[in-house]
Every structure is written in structure tokens, then in C-alpha cells.
Design a protein around this ligand. Sequence first.
Ligand SMILES: [Ca+2]
Ligand SMILES: [Ca+2]
Ligand SMILES: [Ca+2]
Ligand SMILES: [Ca+2]
Length: 410
Amino acid sequence: MKRTTGLRRALAAAVTTAASLATLLTAAPTASADASRCPQGSFCVFQYAQFGGQMKIISSSQSTLGVWDNTISSYINRSDKWAVAHTDAGYSGNSSIQIDPRQEYGNDDLGWHGYEGELDNKISSIRLGSTSWEADYGYGWMDWTSMDHPRPAGLPAVSRFGDMNNDGIADLLERADDGKLWLLNGRHDAEWRTKGLLIGGGWNAMTQLVRHGDHNGDGTEDVYARDRSGVLWLYPGTGRGGLKPRLKVGGGWNSMREIEAAGDLTGDGRRDLLARDTAGVLWTYPGTGRGGFGARKKVGGGWNAMNALAAPGDMNGDGRSDLVARDGSRTLWLYPGNGRGTFGSRVRMPYAWPSNEPVLATGDVTGDGRPDLMRTIQGQLYVYPGTGRGGVSGPEANMGWDNAPRVLVF
Ligand SMILES: [Ca+2]
Ligand SMILES: [Ca+2]
Ligand SMILES: [Ca+2]
Ligand SMILES: [Ca+2]
């Protein structure tokens, strides 16, 4: 406690003697203990409890806190940023606290958080982020790594999807909670660090995002997105992981509960869409090969019994694209494509598949040429390697998962 008292005295002295510190400390000469003196849109920390004493606006991450080291006793976050405050410099230490954005009310005294006063007057670094994940880790993307080796050369067309940058290594697209779209290229460096490549922002405006290989005939994987007004857009891939300016496919897609890019279902070599409408009818939209679709074909009704659809490619090795669907009893079913736009008799897949977790299908991620499935379990992504005969084998842990509500990986 002596150490803390000394620093507080030093802080007060610095404020009165060093004019240069006036920019660092937003000091109100007769500071009242009032959170409202923290400007709207700012994240503010205070010298004393109950928003008392000197106030500092934190507008960027601080790996050290200078005269504010071990001095913060309360805070209010009126900004859109997430923050994590740590008890050691460099975003480390035995204890930390996550501070959510836009807190207007509530308990903001550090003495009331944690155990045995482990946070009060003990904060030494603060990291900000536009997502909870970014404030935690210092970067905005998830740590996806695929295999060290690419997929086998010469895969059939039905298996050529799930690779936005044409390097033969499976990649993921992640929409982070803040709407940023990242390419996770599946690679890591010597220290096993991954790199997300930012494609762009604003993707929270989309209510569906899907991809499954090349749709417009240029040989590179594309993305379809549906906006809130029900317009479906084609974003042609650059083949290097990015996206070209979008093209309008058409409107009226809000009648669909779910859209899936499913590969070629009709047997003409062009990739198609599946869409399940709100009444539970599943439709095939045959691709034209130029990014658009011909007259839709009804697959059948009753699909609202399923709470997830995923398009894994050819799971059973007959050269035709298939569909998997999860029912309300946590069972995953394989619907083998018949090459005429519909499906043969379904086959039960192994394992129980929790109903509130996504099922991912981005082709072969293990590099053996057979398509795989992935799902999350309690904040971790698992890979279920495909057997090539319609089944999957036991899961392999792959990466930590951002559970924030708007996160979407496809
Ligand atoms: Ca790739
Ligand atoms: Ca394309
Ligand atoms: Ca098949
Ligand atoms: Ca595989």
C-alpha cells in the first residue's frame, strides 16, 4: 500500500508541475466524482473509486501506463471499444479484467472486481480492440492453421473448393464481431503464429455468407452474400484471397431461411445453390456458370426439421456433391447427391452434433484429398476428417473459437 500511496503523491505532483502532462491527463482542477465528465464516446480511467480524482482518456492501447501505473481505481467505458486491463505491463500479469463497450451505468470500481483487491491500484497496461477477441489477443482474427502440406494435385472438380487464394491449402473466411472479413489462409510461421488478411469491413450488413468454389467461370472461388433487404450479391474472388467489386444476382431472397453454396448438384459441371425457404421447402438453384442461376427446382419439403445445413462436397466418393443436415436430436445426416439436383436416401453420420454450434464444411482441410467437416465445442474448433466413404473419423482440436454473437466462419 505504501508503494501505491507514493505513486499517487507523485501523480498529483506531476499534474501541478509538468505542463506537458496536461495532454496526458485530462485534469479537471475541481474534479467532481462524476462519470459524466468522461466525454461520450471515450473510455476513461480515474485515480480514485467512484470516478474520483484525476481522469485519463484511454484512446489507444497502452502497454505501459507511466504515471498512471498502479493508480487506477475506477473506470467508465463510453466508447465502442472493448478493453482488457492487466496487472502487469505488456498486457500480462496474474489478473486482468475485460471491460465491455458502452457502459453507461453499473459497478465500475476496480475494488469491487476480482479477489483480495487484486485489481485496484494494480493496473499496469490496457489493450483496446474493436472486438472482445482483439482486446484479448491484440489481433482481430482467429488462429486458423490447416496442414503444413497442400491438398494433392489433380483433385477432381467436385473437390476444388474451399481455397480462396489457390495455394492448395484450405482457408476460412471469418466475419468477426465488428463486421471485418478476414481471410484465414491456414498457414503459420516458425513460431506458429497465424496471419489474418483483412478483406474489408461492413460485412455485418449481410444476413447470409456462403462460398463453394468458382461460380462465374474464371477458375477462382467466389462469395455470395445476402443483404438485409433480401438482395443476393456475387463477390467474384481475385484468386489471391481478396474479392472483386460485387455484382447483383437478384432480389427476393429474404423468403429463404438459409442459403448454401453446394457445388454442382445438377451434373452439368456448374456449381449450384441450395436454399431452404421459411416453410421448410428446399430448392436447387442451378448455376449458369456466369454467376447467376436458372429456374429453381424443388428438392422437397420438411427441411425445417433440420437446424443446420452444410455443403461438404463429395463425402462418399462417388464424384457428386452431397449435403449434410443436422436434426433436432443432434444427429447429422448425409444426403448423397444424385447428380440430378436432388438427393438419394440419407445416411446417419457418427457422433452427436450439438444443436447450438455451427457445422463447417470448407472441403479438405487435412490435405488428404477427402473433404472434412468441422464444428465448435465450447470455444474450440474441431476437425472431423472425412473417410471418403461417407463417414468421418474422430475429432482433432484445431483452434480457439470466438463465440461473439456476430462471428461467422464459412
Ligand atoms: Ca488457400
Ligand atoms: Ca470465380
Ligand atoms: Ca457424393
Ligand atoms: Ca481431408
